[in-house]
Structure formats: structure tokens, C-alpha cells
Design a protein around this ligand. Structure first.
Ligand SMILES: Cc1cc2nc3c(=O)[nH]c(=O)nc-3n(C[C@H](O)[C@H](O)[C@H](O)COP(=O)(O)OP(=O)(O)OC[C@H]3O[C@@H](n4cnc5c(N)ncnc54)[C@H](O)[C@@H]3O)c2cc1C
Ligand SMILES: NC(=O)c1ccc[n+]([C@@H]2O[C@H](COP(=O)([O-])OP(=O)(O)OC[C@H]3O[C@@H](n4cnc5c(N)ncnc54)[C@H](O)[C@@H]3O)[C@@H](O)[C@H]2O)c1
Length: 472
């Protein structure tokens, strides 16, 4: 017998569960099909456990600075990695509970198994046939691990296993310094491990602006050894694992492979959809509606490869469910891009990144956080913030940053970019003293100088717009 449903969602991660919630605004006739562990990548092995570890590591690392400003005894503090890792798992279990519950509460509208397309409307899951008016593929991604590296056995760890380590070894090699690599490398270095980082290419943490990238390399270089632009081999050795990049060779207890992620699409039967597949086996889809050709099939979340971040996976789940139920609806706007890497100093981008800027007609406003007042007081004075501005109309196009509290600065910039603000309209906003946000004002003022724009009035809005807060 064939089960008939309005929407089938493949994957109980963030994109799938958000699609479920969006679909439930209109119908209960939804079926959730998940293959693999429940609890979502973000809560189980991603954003949440990594940030729980980073929070402890960053806070502990403050001991060195405290020791220099008159607080006695902080250098004697020692981390107990076993307890730290157990704490991370306790928080992880708390964060996964909600999404596990959502799937359970669906009863027989939630099934465990691997779905395979028979055609665009028909799925087979462990022998059960399902006819769905629309299908949302939200199956996420998994870490890439070169086969040759598997020869080192248990010493090879990815972000899928790292939070399960009960007592991580002291010598760590991190291969791949994208967002995952740099966050975890720094956390273990701050917690007292000897860390060696290796990466292809010269850029780390997804940064594209050479000066911004250099400032993160300089900051991290004080805590670990880093080799960029290298091709390395990984092999077993009596004492551990050897990572060799041709110029240097290090022996470590374990290797964290963080060289990127690949979509979970094997066995889905996408070849039965009758549309062209790319070299990875992915069908082309409309980036706005997420629809595959004119089929009732949508692709949402990391598997789409568009913006592999939590809030974007959630938005793609919403978009896919909305269009699956309203195929004729206008497309929805995406939010301004925002990516944050939780190192100390923090790093990331808002709006257009350096590599996406037009070749001409852009000026750059800059602040060097090594001299910024509040950052100096806090002993967190490292990094630079670059703001990219349209030279024609002074609109803020994007920003890249390595800065203390970069997560907050980049939020402000992403919000300003989405609101289509200019350098002047941002400078009309209040900046409290003394804060790291004043550095943002310095960068905006530097952009205005680069625009060769003479200030014609103080940095205050005219009272013509109805409300004058100064009088309020
Ligand atoms: C270590 C790490 C740190 C991160 N930190 C951040 C961060 O700080 N901020 C941020 O914004 N993002 C972060 N991310 C990214 C974020 O976790 C992802 O963008 C998000 O989890 C993607 O959600 P998703 O629903 O697309 O995929 P997932 O949550 O992976 O969901 C996919 C689901 O599909 C299931 N599945 C797989 N194959 C099949 C199949 N064939 N059939 C049915 N079901 C299947 C899986 O079991 C899973 O339940 C991090 C990721 C990692 C790994
Ligand atoms: N804070 C955050 O927002 C956050 C944190 C972690 C992950 N994420 C998301 O997860 C995604 C995956 O992150 P990631 O860091 O695994 O992947 P990534 O693709 O962003 O970075 C992988 C890095 O490994 C390097 N690399 C590739 N092959 C290599 C090899 N053979 N040897 C050495 N280096 C190699 C690449 O040059 C790159 O710098 C990111 O795109 C990001 O969106 C976000």
C-alpha cells in the first residue's frame, strides 16, 4: 500500500525541522524521514558543542592577561580536559533534546530510514512506498576525509567525533583551517594542548581580505604553529601520527581533519528525477525558490551548498516549504550575508566579502583594533575591521573583520547593509563611550575620508524627520 502525503521532508536537521514548522502553518499532512542520528548537526556535533568548548577555552585563556594586571595566582590555574569535555557533552545533550522531541511528537508522521526517489513524487523507504505532492531534500553534509588518512585509525578525528573524546591527547594536528579548523584549533591551544595547524591556500577562517586574514594569522600564530599554502601527508608512526607538509614534519597524538564537508545525497536516487546532475551528483535548482527544475522537489540547508550556516539552513527550510505549498508565490528575499567565526579575536564577514566586491568604485574604511581604547583596556587589542563602501553613493556594501567582539560588530554591519544604509546614515547613530563599537565609527569616518567627502554638518541628522531624540 502507498502512503499519500502533502509534503515529505528528508532530514530532521535544522532545515528539515524548520521546513516542518513552516509547512505545519498550513497543513498537518507532513511526513518527516530521517536517516542517521536525530538532534541536528548544529546541536549535536556543530555550532553548540563547539561554542560550549570555545567559551571555556576563551575564558580560561584570560588568565594570562589577568596575571599581567595584578591578579595573583591565575598562572597556577590548570584545565582538566576530561571535565571540560564532559561539560561540553552535558550541554550538547541539553541542546539536542528539543529537536529529538519534535521528531518523536510527530508519531507515525516521523519515520527513520533512508529514502530513495522512484520518481519526483514517489519515495521508497525500507520497502514502504510514499506518494508526496512535494518533497524537500534537507539531508545536510558530512566531513570530507581522504581515504589515505584513515590509515592512522582512531587518531583521525573529525568534528563528528571530537566532542566524544574523553581525554584528548596533548599534541594535536589540525588539517584545514576553515571556520571549523580555526575555532577548534584555538580552543585546544588555549586549553593547553600543543597545536599545529596546516591548510591549503593562504586564507584561514573563510576570510578573503588579505590584511584581515593576516591579522588573524598573526593572532593565532601566538598560540599554535601554522603552515599555509601546503599539501600534506598524514601517516601513522609508533608514537602517534605524522603530518608532513614537505617543509616540516610534526608528530601528534591525534589529527583533526577539517578540510570541508560534502552533501549527503548518495542513494537518494536523484538520477531518477530526469534532470541533469552536476559532477557531484547534484541537480540544478532555482537559488531563490530552491525548486529543482519544474519538479515538486526542493533542496534546503547545507546540502544545497549555498550558505552552509545555521540561520541560512533555517531560512532555506522556510523558503522550500513555502514554495512547495505555494508554487505560484513570489520569491522571498534572502537576508544580508553574515558569517561569524568564534575565535578570539573573532572573525567574519557581513554583506559582500572582499572577493565579491566590484573591481572598481569601492573605498575601504579601516580601524586597527591594536590601538582602540576599549580593546586596549580589555587586553583584547588585536585585529582590523574593513568596511567596503560604494564610492558613488556611499552605501555600505560589506565588511570583513578580525576584532574583539566581532560577532556584535558584524551583526550591526549586516543590519545596516540590509537597511541599505550609507556611511553618513550610520554615523548619525549613537556610539557609546568607551566601547569597541567606537572602532566601527572610526572605520566609517575613515571611509568618509577615502570618499573625499567634506562634512557639511555635524554628524547628527537634521530635525526634519519627525523625531528628535535629543529632545525626547
Ligand atoms: C563543528 C561545526 C561548527 C559549526 N558552527 C556553526 C556556527 O557557529 N554557526 C553557524 O551558523 N553554523 C555553524 N555550523 C554549520 C551548521 O551546523 C549547519 O549550517 C547546519 O547544521 C545545517 O543544517 P541542515 O539542516 O542543513 O543539516 P543537518 O542538521 O546536518 O541535518 C541533516 C539531517 O539529514 C539526515 N540525513 C542524512 N542523510 C539522509 C538521507 N539520505 N535521508 C534522510 N535523512 C538524511 C541527517 O541525519 C540529519 O539529521 C557548524 C557546523 C559544524 C560541523
Ligand atoms: N562559526 C561558524 O559560523 C562556523 C563554524 C564552523 C563551521 N561553519 C560552517 O561549516 C562549513 C564547513 O567548514 P569547514 O571549516 O569544515 O570547511 P571549509 O570548506 O570552510 O574550510 C576547509 C579548509 O580546509 C582547507 N583544505 C581543503 N583541503 C585541504 C587539504 N587536503 N589539506 C589541507 N587543507 C585543506 C581549505 O583550503 C579550507 O581553508 C563552513 O563553510 C561554514 O559555513 C561555520
Amino acid at each position: 500500500m502507498t502512503r499519500r502525503v502533502r509534503i515529505a521532508i528528508l532530514g530532521a536537521g535544522t532545515a528539515g525541522l524548520t521546513a516542518l514548522k513552516e509547512a505545519q502553518r498550513y497543513t498537518d499532512d507532513v511526513l518527516l524521514i530521517n536517516h542517521g542520528p536525530y538532534g541536528t548537526t548544529c546541536a549535536r556535533v556543530g555550532c553548540m558543542p563547539s561554542k560550549a568548548l570555545i567559551e571555556v577555552a576563551h575564558t580560561y585563556a584570560r588568565k594570562d592577561w589577568l596575571g599581567t594586571v595584578g591578579i595573583d595566582g591565575t598562572r597556577g590555574l590548570k584545565p582538566d580536559l576530561q571535565i571540560v569535555m564532559a561539560h561540553v557533552r552535558t550541554l550538547r545533550d541539553r541542546f539536542t533534546a528539543g529537536s529529538i522531541q519534535i521528531a518523536q511528537d510527530l508519531g507515525d508522521r516521523s519515520i527513520r530510514g533512508k529514502a530513495r526517489f522512484i520518481d519526483a513524487n514517489t519515495l521508497e523507504v525500507d520497502g514502504e512506498m510514499i506518494h508526496a505532492d512535494a518533497v524537500i531534500i534537507a539531508t545536510g553534509t558530512r566531513p570530507i576525509v581522504p581515504d589515505a588518512w584513515r590509515a592512522i585509525g582512531d587518531r583521525l578525528v573529525t568534528s563528528d567525533e571530537v566532542f566524544e573524546l574523553v581525554s584528548p591527547g596533548q599534541r594535536l594536528g589540525v588539517v584545514g583551517l576553515g571556520p571549523i579548523g580555526v575555532e577548534l584549533a584555538q580552543a585546544f591551544a588555549q586549553l593547553g594542548c600543543e597545536v599545529h595547524g596546516f591548510t591549503k591556500g593562504g586564507q584561514i577562517a573563510g576570510l578573503k581580505d588579505p590584511e584581515v586574514n593576516a591579522s588573524l594569522l598573526a593572532a593565532l600564530g601566538q598560540q599554535m604553529s601554522i603552515s599555509t599554502d601546503v599539501e600534506m601527508s598524514v601517516r601513522a608512526d609508533g608514537n602517534g601520527a605524522v603530518i608532513d607538509d614537505g617543509k616540516r614534519s610534526v608528530v601528534v597524538d591525534w589529527v583533526l581533519a577539517a578540510i570541508g564537508r560534502q552533501p549527503n545525497i548518495e542513494g537518494l536516487g536523484l538520477d531518477t528525477l530526469g534532470v541533469e546532475l552536476d559532477e557531484r551528483g547534484m541537480p540544478a535548482f532555482n537559488p531563490k525558490t530552491l525548486q529543482v527544475g519544474d519538479l515538486p522537489v526542493y533542496i534546503a540547508g547545507d546540502v544545497s551548498g549555498q550558505r552552509p550556516l545555521l540561520h541560512e539552513a533555517a531560512d532555506e527550510g522556510r523558503i522550500a516549504a513555502y514554495h512547495a505549498l505555494h508554487p505560484e508565490a513570489d520569491c522571498l528575499m534572502r537576508r544580508a550575508p553574515l558569517g561569524i567565526v568564534f575565535t578570539e579575536p573573532g572573525a567574519g564577514q557581513a554583506g559582500l566579502s572582499y572577493s565579491e566586491l566590484p573591481e572598481s568604485g569601492v573605498v575601504v574604511g579601516k580601524i586597527d583594533y591594536s590601538r582602540q581604547g576599549r580593546a586596549v583596556m580589555a587586553g583584547r587589542n588585536a585585529g582590523v575591521l574593513h568596511i567596503y563602501v560604494d564610492a558613488g553613493n556611499a552605501r555600505i556594501l560589506g565588511a570583513e573583520a578580525v576584532a574583539p567582539d566581532a560577532e556584535h560588530l558584524l551583526h550591526l554591519l549586516a543590519w545596516a547593509i540590509q537597511q541599505e544604509m550609507t556611511v553618513d546614515t550610520m554615523l548619525h547613530l549613537p556610539f557609546y563611550h568607551p566601547t569597541v563599537e567606537e572602532g566601527l565609527r572610526t572605520a566609517l569616518q575613515s571611509a568618509r575620508r577615502a570618499l573625499s567627502k567634506r562634512r557639511e554638518q555635524p554628524d547628527l541628522p537634521l530635525c526634519r524627520p519627525a523625531i528628535d531624540w535629543a529632545l525626547g
